[in-house]
Design a binder for this molecule. Sequence first.
Ligand code: GDP
Ligand code: MG
Length: 272
Amino acid sequence: MSLSKINDLKTFLQAYELGNITKSFPDAEEGEMEDFDGVRIGLFGITGSGKSSFINSVVMALKDEDEGPAVIQSTGAEGTIILEALTITDGFTLLDTRGFDLLGGDAEKEILAILNGDIKDESGIDRKKTVKTSLTGVGTVLRDETHVVLWFVKASDPRLHTGAYRCHMDFLRQQLLRRGVGTMTILTHEDELGAQENTPAERKKLADAAREITGSIPDNTYFLTNLIKGQTFSDENRLKVLEIIKRSLELSESTIKTRQTKRKMRAMMSKR
Ligand SMILES: Nc1nc2c(ncn2[C@@H]2O[C@H](COP(=O)(O)OP(=O)(O)O)[C@@H](O)[C@H]2O)c(=O)[nH]1
Ligand SMILES: [Mg+2]
């Protein structure tokens, strides 16, 4: 395991500012890029899939703090989605979503509001008020949007193979595709895979099943063991967490660029 690789990535991520990877955003509006508060990385997935643990893993990998900011819930409250925005560096914020088990009409709207940036931070969602949000992802403010989605799936979950999650997630997957938002698939609980599940062929099957839910490409699919309180965090996992964040920043920049181009095209079409 190369320690210098870990240190190089840490240095890069700690100093990261939007635009460090892609450099040029030809379709940006004047002053738009300076106006961003950093990249917004959305963490999605059903309760128990390891989203909050991932935040703590990131803080550990990047800052060597083993007491992360995210709350690990032993039981998930169903129904309500609450968004918690955790700013990790000036360059990026992790958006932790909770209680994702049921996806009815209201939940779908709330997901859209998070993607659109109409729900931006810790606020629980007041269910008496209807969230106002665009159904098409048009007319939203790019700096407030979710720029990449990390989709968490528990690798050791037997339901992964039955297709049980697929229909739950159809809506979100289609929205992301339509908007041009990059997605990654993170298969957590890698440590819980038994010897039989841990062969290359079985791992590929697991990854394929997960990607069927999330729609992301093989290159953006990772297995991971999260930081668990009281246990040591191996350099291998540390490196993987840093690589996942780097990749998510690459995808975010490409999402921003794509959405700027789409916006410009729409403006041109409407002028004709
Ligand atoms: N063994 C193992 N446990 C994990 C892993 N990731 C999360 N957990 C545990 O799974 C449970 C749910 O994790 P949590 O991060 O709260 O999931 P969330 O509901 O998606 O935020 C907690 O008890 C975690 O300690 C992992 O990679 N391996
Ligand atoms: Mg959580």
